[in-house]
Design a binder for this molecule. Structure first.
Ligand SMILES: C[S@@+](CC[C@H](N)C(=O)[O-])C[C@H]1O[C@@H](n2cnc3c(N)ncnc32)[C@H](O)[C@@H]1O
Length: 250
Protein backbone atom coordinates (compact mmCIF):
# COMPACT_ATOMS: atom_id res chain seq x y z
CA UNK A 1 0.00 0.00 0.00
CA UNK A 2 1.44 3.43 -0.88
CA UNK A 3 1.38 6.05 1.83
CA UNK A 4 -0.85 8.26 -0.35
CA UNK A 5 -3.69 5.79 0.22
CA UNK A 6 -3.38 5.49 4.00
CA UNK A 7 -6.47 6.65 5.87
CA UNK A 8 -7.93 6.25 9.34
CA UNK A 9 -9.86 3.20 8.12
CA UNK A 10 -6.75 1.38 6.90
CA UNK A 11 -4.61 2.21 9.97
CA UNK A 12 -3.69 -0.38 12.60
CA UNK A 13 -5.61 -0.58 15.84
CA UNK A 14 -2.43 -0.79 17.95
CA UNK A 15 1.23 -0.42 16.95
CA UNK A 16 2.74 -2.37 19.85
CA UNK A 17 4.96 0.52 20.97
CA UNK A 18 4.56 1.97 24.42
CA UNK A 19 7.14 4.62 25.28
CA UNK A 20 7.76 6.26 21.87
CA UNK A 21 4.90 5.62 19.45
CA UNK A 22 4.48 7.70 16.28
CA UNK A 23 8.15 8.46 15.60
CA UNK A 24 9.01 8.65 11.91
CA UNK A 25 12.33 7.28 10.68
CA UNK A 26 12.33 9.54 7.61
CA UNK A 27 15.58 11.57 7.68
CA UNK A 28 15.01 15.26 8.33
CA UNK A 29 11.31 14.98 9.11
CA UNK A 30 11.76 15.58 12.83
CA UNK A 31 14.25 18.45 12.59
CA UNK A 32 12.55 21.40 10.93
CA UNK A 33 14.67 23.96 12.78
CA UNK A 34 16.29 25.28 9.59
CA UNK A 35 13.30 24.82 7.27
CA UNK A 36 10.68 27.31 6.18
CA UNK A 37 7.35 27.35 8.02
CA UNK A 38 4.98 24.96 6.21
CA UNK A 39 1.98 26.37 4.28
CA UNK A 40 -0.23 24.36 6.70
CA UNK A 41 1.02 26.31 9.68
CA UNK A 42 0.93 29.58 7.77
CA UNK A 43 -2.85 29.07 7.30
CA UNK A 44 -3.33 28.65 11.04
CA UNK A 45 -1.11 31.61 11.87
CA UNK A 46 -3.20 33.83 9.58
CA UNK A 47 -6.33 32.89 11.55
CA UNK A 48 -4.67 33.33 14.94
CA UNK A 49 -3.51 36.76 13.87
CA UNK A 50 -7.17 37.84 13.87
CA UNK A 51 -8.45 36.04 16.99
CA UNK A 52 -5.62 35.82 19.53
CA UNK A 53 -6.18 38.04 22.55
CA UNK A 54 -3.37 39.47 24.70
CA UNK A 55 -2.27 37.10 27.45
CA UNK A 56 -3.02 33.93 25.48
CA UNK A 57 -1.54 30.67 26.69
CA UNK A 58 -0.51 28.46 23.78
CA UNK A 59 0.81 24.95 23.24
CA UNK A 60 2.47 24.62 19.83
CA UNK A 61 2.82 20.97 18.80
CA UNK A 62 5.78 20.55 16.43
CA UNK A 63 7.68 23.84 16.83
CA UNK A 64 9.86 23.47 13.72
CA UNK A 65 11.77 26.73 13.19
CA UNK A 66 10.05 28.46 16.18
CA UNK A 67 8.90 31.33 13.97
CA UNK A 68 5.44 30.75 15.45
CA UNK A 69 6.69 31.67 18.93
CA UNK A 70 8.69 34.57 17.53
CA UNK A 71 5.55 35.94 15.87
CA UNK A 72 3.10 35.54 18.76
CA UNK A 73 5.28 35.87 21.88
CA UNK A 74 4.44 39.55 22.37
CA UNK A 75 0.75 38.81 22.86
CA UNK A 76 1.09 35.53 24.76
CA UNK A 77 1.59 35.03 28.47
CA UNK A 78 3.11 31.65 27.69
CA UNK A 79 4.02 29.58 24.65
CA UNK A 80 5.08 26.01 25.30
CA UNK A 81 6.18 23.92 22.37
CA UNK A 82 6.78 20.26 21.59
CA UNK A 83 9.40 18.65 19.40
CA UNK A 84 10.99 15.26 18.94
CA UNK A 85 14.35 16.70 17.90
CA UNK A 86 16.95 18.34 20.17
CA UNK A 87 18.04 20.71 17.36
CA UNK A 88 14.60 22.32 17.42
CA UNK A 89 14.80 22.71 21.19
CA UNK A 90 18.28 24.26 20.97
CA UNK A 91 17.20 26.57 18.17
CA UNK A 92 14.18 27.67 20.24
CA UNK A 93 16.44 28.55 23.17
CA UNK A 94 18.58 30.82 20.97
CA UNK A 95 15.56 33.10 20.48
CA UNK A 96 15.76 34.04 24.17
CA UNK A 97 12.01 34.47 24.55
CA UNK A 98 11.33 34.38 28.31
CA UNK A 99 7.78 33.04 27.98
CA UNK A 100 8.75 30.30 25.50
CA UNK A 101 9.67 26.77 26.60
CA UNK A 102 10.16 23.82 24.27
CA UNK A 103 9.81 20.27 25.57
CA UNK A 104 11.25 17.15 23.94
CA UNK A 105 7.94 15.34 24.21
CA UNK A 106 6.01 12.93 22.02
CA UNK A 107 2.39 13.98 21.50
CA UNK A 108 1.28 10.33 21.27
CA UNK A 109 3.03 9.41 24.52
CA UNK A 110 1.29 8.31 27.73
CA UNK A 111 3.82 10.51 29.60
CA UNK A 112 2.40 13.68 28.00
CA UNK A 113 0.31 14.96 30.88
CA UNK A 114 2.91 14.23 33.53
CA UNK A 115 5.48 16.33 31.67
CA UNK A 116 3.45 19.42 30.83
CA UNK A 117 2.87 21.51 33.95
CA UNK A 118 0.40 24.01 32.46
CA UNK A 119 -2.99 24.32 30.81
CA UNK A 120 -3.52 26.13 27.55
CA UNK A 121 -6.22 28.23 25.90
CA UNK A 122 -4.87 27.29 22.47
CA UNK A 123 -3.32 24.07 21.23
CA UNK A 124 -1.96 24.27 17.69
CA UNK A 125 -1.32 21.07 15.75
CA UNK A 126 -1.12 21.35 11.97
CA UNK A 127 -0.85 17.57 11.44
CA UNK A 128 -2.71 15.49 14.05
CA UNK A 129 -2.44 12.19 12.11
CA UNK A 130 0.64 12.96 10.02
CA UNK A 131 2.95 10.93 12.27
CA UNK A 132 0.34 8.64 13.84
CA UNK A 133 1.21 4.97 14.30
CA UNK A 134 -2.19 3.48 15.22
CA UNK A 135 -5.72 4.25 16.36
CA UNK A 136 -4.82 3.71 20.00
CA UNK A 137 -2.13 6.38 20.09
CA UNK A 138 -4.10 8.72 17.84
CA UNK A 139 -6.94 8.78 20.37
CA UNK A 140 -4.47 9.01 23.24
CA UNK A 141 -3.09 12.17 21.63
CA UNK A 142 -6.54 13.82 21.67
CA UNK A 143 -7.02 12.78 25.29
CA UNK A 144 -3.60 14.28 26.03
CA UNK A 145 -4.62 17.56 24.42
CA UNK A 146 -7.97 17.71 26.18
CA UNK A 147 -6.21 16.99 29.47
CA UNK A 148 -4.21 20.23 29.20
CA UNK A 149 -6.81 22.41 27.45
CA UNK A 150 -8.67 25.03 29.50
CA UNK A 151 -12.49 24.68 29.58
CA UNK A 152 -12.91 27.60 27.16
CA UNK A 153 -9.87 26.72 25.09
CA UNK A 154 -9.60 25.26 21.64
CA UNK A 155 -7.41 22.99 19.58
CA UNK A 156 -6.71 24.31 16.09
CA UNK A 157 -5.77 22.27 13.05
CA UNK A 158 -6.11 22.65 9.29
CA UNK A 159 -7.10 20.72 6.20
CA UNK A 160 -3.79 21.33 4.42
CA UNK A 161 -1.94 19.56 7.21
CA UNK A 162 -4.57 16.82 7.36
CA UNK A 163 -4.14 16.17 3.63
CA UNK A 164 -0.60 14.82 4.13
CA UNK A 165 0.93 11.79 5.82
CA UNK A 166 4.52 10.80 6.44
CA UNK A 167 6.17 8.24 4.11
CA UNK A 168 6.53 5.61 6.85
CA UNK A 169 3.60 6.43 9.14
CA UNK A 170 0.49 8.53 9.57
CA UNK A 171 -2.62 8.91 7.49
CA UNK A 172 -4.64 11.63 5.81
CA UNK A 173 -7.80 13.01 7.39
CA UNK A 174 -11.00 14.47 6.02
CA UNK A 175 -13.18 16.90 7.91
CA UNK A 176 -15.54 13.95 8.44
CA UNK A 177 -12.70 12.06 10.17
CA UNK A 178 -12.17 15.03 12.47
CA UNK A 179 -15.86 14.98 13.36
CA UNK A 180 -15.35 11.47 14.81
CA UNK A 181 -13.86 13.30 17.79
CA UNK A 182 -17.38 14.32 18.79
CA UNK A 183 -18.32 10.65 19.23
CA UNK A 184 -15.36 9.98 21.54
CA UNK A 185 -14.98 13.16 23.55
CA UNK A 186 -17.20 15.96 24.88
CA UNK A 187 -16.07 18.35 22.14
CA UNK A 188 -17.48 20.31 19.25
CA UNK A 189 -15.65 20.53 15.92
CA UNK A 190 -16.28 23.55 13.71
CA UNK A 191 -14.56 25.41 10.88
CA UNK A 192 -12.94 28.70 11.96
CA UNK A 193 -12.35 29.60 8.31
CA UNK A 194 -12.34 27.63 5.10
CA UNK A 195 -9.83 24.89 5.90
CA UNK A 196 -8.88 25.85 9.47
CA UNK A 197 -10.77 23.97 12.19
CA UNK A 198 -11.35 24.48 15.90
CA UNK A 199 -12.10 21.78 18.47
CA UNK A 200 -13.63 23.04 21.69
CA UNK A 201 -14.98 21.43 24.84
CA UNK A 202 -18.71 21.06 24.20
CA UNK A 203 -21.39 23.20 25.71
CA UNK A 204 -19.26 24.73 28.43
CA UNK A 205 -21.93 27.30 29.30
CA UNK A 206 -24.59 24.74 30.15
CA UNK A 207 -22.03 22.58 31.92
CA UNK A 208 -21.03 25.57 34.06
CA UNK A 209 -24.68 26.31 34.83
CA UNK A 210 -25.27 22.69 35.84
CA UNK A 211 -22.14 22.72 37.97
CA UNK A 212 -23.35 25.78 39.87
CA UNK A 213 -26.80 24.20 40.31
CA UNK A 214 -25.34 20.85 41.34
CA UNK A 215 -22.89 22.42 43.77
CA UNK A 216 -25.74 24.38 45.31
CA UNK A 217 -27.35 20.98 46.01
CA UNK A 218 -24.16 19.59 47.49
CA UNK A 219 -23.30 17.51 44.40
CA UNK A 220 -20.11 17.12 42.39
CA UNK A 221 -20.14 17.34 38.60
CA UNK A 222 -18.10 15.02 36.40
CA UNK A 223 -16.87 16.84 33.27
CA UNK A 224 -15.71 13.76 31.38
CA UNK A 225 -18.00 10.80 31.00
CA UNK A 226 -17.11 8.41 33.82
CA UNK A 227 -19.36 5.64 32.44
CA UNK A 228 -23.04 4.83 32.17
CA UNK A 229 -25.34 6.90 34.32
CA UNK A 230 -26.80 5.02 37.29
CA UNK A 231 -30.46 4.02 36.96
CA UNK A 232 -31.35 5.32 40.40
CA UNK A 233 -29.76 7.57 42.97
CA UNK A 234 -30.28 10.58 45.12
CA UNK A 235 -30.22 12.84 42.05
CA UNK A 236 -31.53 12.19 38.55
CA UNK A 237 -28.54 12.39 36.21
CA UNK A 238 -28.76 15.21 33.69
CA UNK A 239 -27.06 14.39 30.41
CA UNK A 240 -26.15 16.59 27.48
CA UNK A 241 -25.86 15.56 23.85
CA UNK A 242 -23.55 12.59 23.47
CA UNK A 243 -23.72 11.73 27.17
CA UNK A 244 -20.49 13.55 27.77
CA UNK A 245 -21.32 15.38 30.98
CA UNK A 246 -23.51 14.43 33.86
CA UNK A 247 -24.25 15.69 37.29
CA UNK A 248 -23.70 13.11 39.99
CA UNK A 249 -24.27 13.16 43.75
CA UNK A 250 -21.34 11.76 45.64
C1 LIG B 1 7.32 19.04 9.29
S1 LIG B 1 7.75 19.72 10.86
C2 LIG B 1 6.57 21.07 10.93
C3 LIG B 1 7.04 22.21 11.81
C4 LIG B 1 6.05 23.36 11.94
N1 LIG B 1 4.86 22.96 12.69
C5 LIG B 1 5.64 23.90 10.60
O1 LIG B 1 4.53 23.53 10.18
O2 LIG B 1 6.41 24.63 9.98
C6 LIG B 1 7.03 18.50 11.98
C7 LIG B 1 7.18 18.84 13.45
O3 LIG B 1 6.48 17.88 14.23
C8 LIG B 1 7.35 17.35 15.23
N2 LIG B 1 6.90 15.98 15.52
C9 LIG B 1 6.90 14.90 14.72
N3 LIG B 1 6.40 13.82 15.33
C10 LIG B 1 6.04 14.23 16.57
C11 LIG B 1 5.48 13.57 17.70
N4 LIG B 1 5.15 12.29 17.68
N5 LIG B 1 5.27 14.31 18.82
C12 LIG B 1 5.59 15.63 18.86
N6 LIG B 1 6.12 16.31 17.82
C13 LIG B 1 6.36 15.60 16.69
C14 LIG B 1 8.74 17.45 14.63
O4 LIG B 1 9.78 17.40 15.59
C15 LIG B 1 8.61 18.82 13.93
O5 LIG B 1 8.76 19.86 14.88
Amino acid sequence: MTHESRTYTTARAFCGHHAQPGVTQVPGALDWSQQETTPDQACIEAVLETVLLPGASILHVGVGNSQFAHRFAARASRIDGLTLHPNEQTHAATLGLPQYTVYLLNKYSPAFRAVLPHRYGWIIDTNPAHFACCHHHFWLMWANYLGVLTPQGQIVTCQRGMNASQADCGWTMTYGDLLRLEERFPVQVAPLTDGVYGIQPRDTTSVRRRRVAAEAQGCAVATVDPGPAPETGPMVPSRVAGGAHRAQCV
